[in-house]
Design a protein around this ligand. Sequence first.
Ligand code: CP
Length: 309
Amino acid sequence: MTRLFRGRHFLDLADFSKEELLFLLDVAADLKKRWLLGECPKILEGKIVALLFEKPSLRTRVSFEVATRQLGGESFYLGPQEVGLGKREAVKDVALVLGRMVDAIVLRTFAHETVLEMAKYSSVPVINGLSDLHHPCQVLGDLFTILEKKGTLNVKIAFIGDGNNVCHSWIVAAARLGLFLVVSTPERYKPSQCIWDWAQEEAKKSGAEILYEPDPRKAVQSVDVIYTDVWASMGKEGELEERIPFFLPYQVNEDLLAFASSEVMVMHCMPAHRGQEITDGVIDGPHSVVIDEAENRLHAQKAILSLLL
Ligand code: CP
């Protein structure tokens, strides 16, 4: 199985089969188990990873940097001021040059087209560290967290809030892995129709159930996991004031949790805007697993790097 990953890009969970995604999760679990025992196999010895980020980051940057170092490799960070991706220099040229010097590129950018172009011209694996369409590294870590906490992916998940990149990666993951996912967003902030239609076709093969329910109180009934994210991101931050009235009914708060199972687990990819999409009481409360979820980015990133490199 490991040979199937070598040299591939990691742009979208849809690029991987169900078996490959489950294998990535197995590797993440194994690497975490070994890390807890104080073992870090030096799988990346001699490898150099470039982190090319056009947007700020805590979890993605730190987890990739620490993962690379713990596995014996080295990484360096290129922020927006340094490269001027697509402005100072064409994406194609950056890809061609970096491909001669490093072993992998983690790219965090705005337009998903930039990720696709980088991958098209890069001779080394490109990892999508977030684009406007997908956040596959996040959702891989989230799947790992669900497996760790619930012992199975055979759970019901409700995504509450904005139909954004994280929501898209959840839809793709559910479709590929045959999961139950209910998406609850305001009508005008629904996920991409194109991704939705792809997922519904894919669900016919995988047995996934992917539903839309505009009422968040109905969406959280009888689910095992409630997942949320910020209400305005990826360059839409200036729309926040305009968005708030639409999103207020979708706040993950104590009132909403009253409609859910007493065992429900609450997840958030972070950074969280406390008092907006989630209240302090919920994010700091007994249902929340957000800090474990953030930690698991490290182990998921290790699995991705180990297999692609
Ligand atoms: N969830 C996530 O990607 O966090 P950062 O933006 O801090 O990397």
